[in-house]
Design a protein around this ligand. Structure first.
Ligand code: RNT
Ligand code: ZN
Length: 410
């Protein structure tokens, strides 16, 4: 008997249909962030990464050109099972000759990405880039008191909406456009309302642009603090949730953007009750929003359980968001995305009857069964998924070979 056949029987005794789990996992899409490949640098400026986020490490071989990044994405995607989308930032515009500033970018600057996506059957998600740019003035963009600065970034948002619509039209797949601004203050502000009022006005101005809501989903990502911006964040959790709910856009939770004991897994159910769709950035915060590679850890599994057991796989836009420059970047990509998918599978391999135990207040049985599931033959079902997806199980040799032949020559 194969290990999978045996695992299937064990799960069946636990009340779980492993075949059904594999089928659902096959249809789950993870939007993979392009920015792991080059430490969030992009192609549109020589500015250092700013906005209170940081990559640390100097592992050799990062992608320096669109061709290199595309080749690395190809390598990484070939080692990931399941359905993927490509998540781009505006700073990854590709200019042939003449450059356009962020407020003047156009669909044509992303044509190469569309060709890349279409050749591979991928959808594209998008992010305006409100950081690493000289028009970020005193750490402010859409909330700036300087009207010229604020208007510049509004124009950027509008330009990105048009590009998002272009992506949706050209790929035939909806585009999620996520707005995140780094705006904040290092020290105690005298006015907390003003910057938030300006951010609200700027979002209203961006969203006044007509766009096809069946093709472009605008999401708004909150944050707790950034490096150098520790005392005040304009786009706080309360601001972003309230704005999203009131204006019919989609809230996005990044699980690095909360206080360390606050869990995004606990927040998902509340948001699902008040939103048709919600969005996630799956990352791994270590003491702060450090964006370490996602592991197969308790919180990632708990997030996945909340999506799966609330039957919300088609209501949650799942994207990865981390950037580790201290290890092989292809490996970082593959390891993190596989761990999101593993967590989804782990959640899909939980029996529905656990909820009944809770409702019957049988917390003894609930604890015993939840613990038993932790050592059930999960790995055999995961290996079966990889085999069916025709993706190697041990990806390290391929990554080492790519490093030796491609990355080390950069
Ligand atoms: C920053 C946010 C944001 C970025 C990317 C690059 O704290 O998480 O999502 O990481 O847009
Ligand atoms: Zn994020």
């Amino acid at each position: 008997m194969s290990r999978f056949t045996e695992a299937k029987e064990i799960y069946s005794r636990l009340g779980v249909d492993a075949e059904a789990a594999l089928e659902k996992l096959r249809d789950a899409t993870v939007s993979v962030h392009c920015w792991q490949g080059d430490d969030v640098i992009g192609f549109d400026s020589d500015q250092a990464l700013s906005g209170g986020i940081q990559t640390t490490g100097n592992y050799p071989g990062k992608a320096r050109t669109p061709d290199e990044l595309m080749a690395d994405i190809d390598k990484a995607f070939s080692l990931m099972p399941g359905k993927k989308k490509l998540n781009l930032h505006a700073s990854y515009a590709i200019f042939d000759g003449e450059r356009a500033d962020r407020d003047a970018i156009e669909p044509k600057h992303f044509k190469k990405w569309v060709d890349f996506a279409n050749e591979r059957g991928l959808g594209i998600d998008f992010n305006p880039t409100f950081f690493s740019h000289p028009m970020v003035k005193d750490n402010l963009t859409l909330s700036s008191p300087d009207e010229e600065v604020r208007a510049f970034w509004v124009r950027h948002g509008v330009a990105c909406l048009k590009i998002s619509e272009y992506f949706a039209n050209e790929t035939g797949k909806p585009c999620v456009m996520n707005i995140w601004i780094p705006d904040g203050y290092k020290d105690i502000p005298a006015d907390r309302l003003g910057p938030r009022a300006r951010f609200k006005k700027s979002l209203d101005e961006i969203l006044a642009t007509p766009y096809d809501k069946s093709k472009v989903y605008v999401t708004l990502e909150s944050k707790v603090f950034g490096i150098g911006l520790e005392s005040y964040t304009v786009g706080s959790a309360e601001f972003c949730l309230s704005y999203s709910t009131k204006n019919g856009i989609t809230p996005l939770m990044d699980n690095g953007h909360y206080h360390p004991t606050e869990m995004v897994s606990d927040k998902i159910s509340s948001l699902l009750l008040f939103n048709d769709k919600i969005a996630l950035h799956v990352t791994r915060p270590v003491r702060w929003d450090s964006d370490h590679v996602v592991l197969f850890d308790d919180e990632t599994k708990e997030i996945a359980k909340e999506i799966v057991r609330n039957d919300a796989l088609d209501r949650v836009f799942i994207a990865t968001d981390y950037f580790d420059a201290s290890i092989n970047r292809i490996s970082a990509w593959v390891t993190g995305v596989r761990n999101v998918q593993k967590s989804l599978l782990f959640a899909l391999l939980q029996p529905a009857s656990l909820k009944e135990l809770q409702d019957a207040s049988d917390f003894t049985a609930l604890m015993v069964q939840q613990e038993a599931l932790k050592t059930a033959p999960f790995g055999d079902v995961w290996e079966e998924f990889l085999a069916r997806e025709q993706v190697v199980s041990d990806y390290l040799p391929e990554i080492k070979a790519y490093e030796a032949t491609v990355l080390s020559a950069r």
